[in-house]
Design a protein around this ligand. Structure first.
Ligand SMILES: Nc1ncnc2c1ncn2[C@@H]1O[C@H](COP(=O)(O)OP(=O)(O)OP(=O)(O)O)[C@@H](O)[C@H]1O
Ligand SMILES: [Mg+2]
Length: 282
């Protein structure tokens, strides 16, 4: 059964795109059929996954524009590109321009869901890379998703973005997508020996115990990841013996392990961390 996972955090630079790149590679390596969707106007995922950074066919903004103009969906082969082991619906900077139309036109929240639903039969995982803003694009990405994967980096204020995102997901669950779940929170770009990492992790685990899974694996902070990306590679290809490579493999294993143990979304109470402590938001 296909799982659509939106990778999101309203805080920038927390490795959303890097996680999409690496997780898609590892899931495909394990024989899963994987599609990535670059739903961020920065198009970092497209630039990373396509050798020359250029989409050959239509990109996701073109497909969204068809729906805005009440046209039929184009055939998937006109906008899905093969890149390595996975497939990609590329992004484009036009996504940014499209946002205004999404805001002003009625009933646009389900456009991405409409585009991805027919593709469920062809993939085991669809990973959506998102931008950092609470925007009509984010609403679409949450409405289309089965679950939200939240990367966080252990920094001062890192839980601020987390609280905002969780509030957005819960609002989306109430208003648009009652089935949306949390895939989990993954710590990324971590210096594992610091007190900041240990304290942030302990706080997050305490706040969400029994509500949102916190992945055991943390992705370490290392220049090897940036080096790999700059060569259009994953760290598993560039530095297979590195700690980051092993961590990404362990993280993908955790994601795959939960294929058999998915719980229903309803009925949980969610607390979030804020400066003033832990508070309930849903
Ligand atoms: N494990 C890591 N160690 C060190 N640097 C990393 C690691 N993972 C990613 N990076 C680097 O961190 C930066 C931010 O990563 P990335 O672009 O994936 O974040 P993002 O959340 O998608 O950002 P944005 O909000 O702008 O979309 C990039 O320069 C990337 O190369
Ligand atoms: Mg990004």
């Amino acid at each position: 059964m296909c799982r659509i996972i939106t990778v999101a955090n309203q805080k920038g630079g927390v490795t959303k795109t890097t996680i999409c790149q690496h997780l898609s590679y590892l899931l495909a390596e394990q024989g899963r059929r994987v599609l990535c969707v670059d739903f961020d106007p920065q198009i970092n995922l497209t630039s990373t996954l396509l050798p020359d950074g250029q989409a050959v066919g239509m990109d996701i903004s073109g497909v969204m524009a068809c729906l805005l103009e009440d046209q039929d969906l184009p055939v998937p082969s006109s906008y899905i590109q093969r890149c390595g082991k996975a497939d990609l619906i590329p992004g484009s900077k036009n996504l940014g321009k499209l946002e205004t139309s999404l805001l002003t036109e009625m009933g646009t929240e389900r456009f991405l869901q409409e585009i991805l639903s027919p593709l469920r039969a062809h993939y085991d995982y669809i990973l959506i890379d998102t931008n950092r803003a609470a925007s009509p694009l984010m609403t679409n990405a949450l409405t289309a998703a089965d679950s939200v994967l939240v990367p966080i980096c252990p920094e001062f204020y890192s839980t601020e973005g987390l609280s905002d995102l969780i509030a957005s997901v819960l609002k989306n669950r109430r208003r648009l997508n009652p089935h949306i779940q949390f895939e989990g929170i993954v710590f990324s770009r971590c210096n594992l020996r610091t007190n900041l990492y240990r304290t942030t992790r302990a706080n997050v685990e305490t706040a969400f115990r029994g509500e949102i899974r916190v992945f055991k694996t943390a992705i370490p902070d290392t220049v090897k990841v940036g080096d790999a990306i700059s060569r259009g590679l994953t760290v598993m290809e560039y530095a297979p013996e590195s700690k980051a490579s092993s961590a990404y493999r362990a993280f993908a294993k955790e994601v795959l392990a939960s294929e058999t143990e998915r719980a229903p979304a309803e009925g949980c109470t969610i607390h979030v961390l804020s400066d003033s402590g832990v508070r309930r938001v849903g």
